[in-house]
Design a protein around this ligand. Structure first.
Ligand SMILES: [Zn+2]
Length: 463
């Protein structure tokens, strides 16, 4: 198989040399994925996938090789490309933490073919012109499909402009607004939600209501800092936002929830979807004592009992989405007291191996994995041509070796953030290859595509 990757790499290199100034890729790309176990929406069927001009042309038991670039995928599972709806790719003035090339290389290595980037950058994604600028920079660097969330803004004309440039959502960060926004005022939030609903753009929220909280004075130690951001802040924020959302009749996606009760409330409410992260379902705050900054994020890790009930709820289908909340920082920034250490951990390269390990332990079905990491993200964020392996769908495929064992080692990350609270975890199930629009981007440990070979997606324009 190795020679096949070498050929792909060579071909891509040749293409990049031939590349025209307009940046339009050559339409002759075709790829035959041969003899895989292909996910058909319910189960696996042995067969081959032919991808031409970035879309799946055929899925059949056997396809005659008509001189196509071929991957021998025998023994591998073919899943629809994974979609991470919550990542921080940084770049621009924060490129020292991560940039579009390293962040999307990390995504490809983790089996993700599409990611949606968060707007709390420098500068923030808070206007149509800044969104366009970010799209331009990303187009030069990305290896996969990347779309952008924008900051929640108060002016409805700005919301219209962001929607028409393809923002995937308006992000409301309740602890501290990304762009000037009166987060204490229910009417301001409702007005924003009504404007978002009018242009059929969802609102994404970080649901922690720390305004007026008596117990959030800065703490030096990570255990105490986690204690100070208690679960009640999430409960309060979810209750408040569900109420506002109902009267605004707006679709709201609740990011990185930590409580079973939040999932229950959101599940019972119209136009609401929920997200959990691998760290909140697999780790608890007792690890903060040993791991400190390596396990510091907001919302913080919860008690063992709370994370266990979140995991059980996720496994019974109560959550809509698993997202990594990939949030890279330098180790120098992180390795400080809890007052100074920026919250967030990288997650793009650990999410799928961790979930495949749960599949191997028979805690999670592959059907639930595909739902949480591909089908539901595509449905919620309007990526209509993704998350399926059938004729006409986008040629985004991840080939997985379900049996291969590995160990998480952050020193091998493509991300610039070479640390992880999961370092040393034994896993079973690895990404063999990641294919984006019929182009092999990652194979057997290497990035084999050209920087900038991926695409920028715009909500409403992406098929
Ligand atoms: Zn985040």
């Amino acid at each position: 198989m190795e020679s096949s990757y070498a050929r792909t790499a060579q071909k891509n290199l040749a293409r990049s040399k031939k590349r025209t100034d307009t940046g339009v890729d050559f339409p002759d790309q075709s790829l035959l994925v041969k003899d895989a176990d292909i996910w058909n929406g319910k189960d696996f069927t042995r067969g081959s996938i032919l991808i031409e001009e970035s879309r799946i042309k055929r899925v059949a038991r056997s396809i005659i090789n008509d001189g196509y670039e071929t991957i021998d995928a025998s023994g591998l599972k073919a899943l629809p490309g994974l979609i991470d709806v919550h990542v921080h790719l940084r770049d621009m003035a924060l490129a020292y933490k991560e940039d579009f090339a390293t962040g999307t290389a990390a995504a490809a290595a983790g089996g993700f073919t599409t990611v949606l980037d968060m707007p709390n950058t420098v500068p923030p994604t808070d206007s149509a012109s800044r969104l366009i600028e970010k799209q331009k920079v990303a187009a030069q660097k990305t290896y996969i499909n990347v779309g952008f969330h924008a900051a929640a803004v108060s002016d409805s004309h700005d919301i219209d402009a962001l929607a028409s440039e393809g923002a995937f959502s308006l992000k409301l960060y309740l602890p501290k607004p990304i762009a000037p926004f009166d987060i204490r005022n229910d009417q301001t939030i409702e007005k924003m939600m009504r404007a978002a609903a009018r242009v059929e753009t969802p609102v994404t929220v970080h649901a922690e209501d720390i305004t007026g909280s008596e117990n959030t004075s800065p703490q030096e130690r990570f255990e105490e800092a986690a204690e100070a951001r208690s679960p009640v802040l999430e409960t309060r924020a979810v209750d408040r936002l569900l109420r506002i959302q109902k009267s605004a009749r707006c679709s709201v996606h609740y990011c990185h929830l930590t409580l079973r009760s939040s999932l229950m409330r959101i599940n019972a409410s119209a136009r609401s979807t929920s997200e959990v992260t691998p760290h909140h379902i697999l780790l608890s705050k007792k690890l903060l004592h040993g791991l400190g900054w390596r396990a510091w994020m907001v919302p913080p890790l919860r008690s063992e009992e709370t994370r266990w009930s979140l995991l059980k709820s996720t496994l019974t289908g109560l959550a809509s989405v698993i997202a990594s909340d990939h949030a890279p920082h330098t180790i120098k920034e992180k390795d400080q007291s809890a007052i100074k250490s920026p919250p967030g951990v990288p997650g793009l390269e650990t999410t799928l191996p961790l979930m495949l390990t749960m599949v191997n332990r028979q805690q999670m079905s592959l059907s639930l994995l595909v739902k949480l990491l591909s089908e539901n993200p595509a449905r919620i964020f309007g990526l209509k041509s993704k998350a399926r392996l059938r004729k006409g769908a986008d040629g985004d495929v991840v080939l997985v070796d379900l049996k291969k064992k590995s160990r998480i080692d952050s020193s091998n990350f493509f991300s610039k953030a070479k640390f992880s609270p999961f370092d040393g975890f034994k896993t079973q199930g690895v990404v063999n290859s990641t294919i984006v629009g019929g182009r092999v981007v990652y194979g057997e440990g290497e990035i084999v595509a050209r920087e900038g070979s991926g695409s920028v997606l715009r909500r409403g324009f992406s098929g």
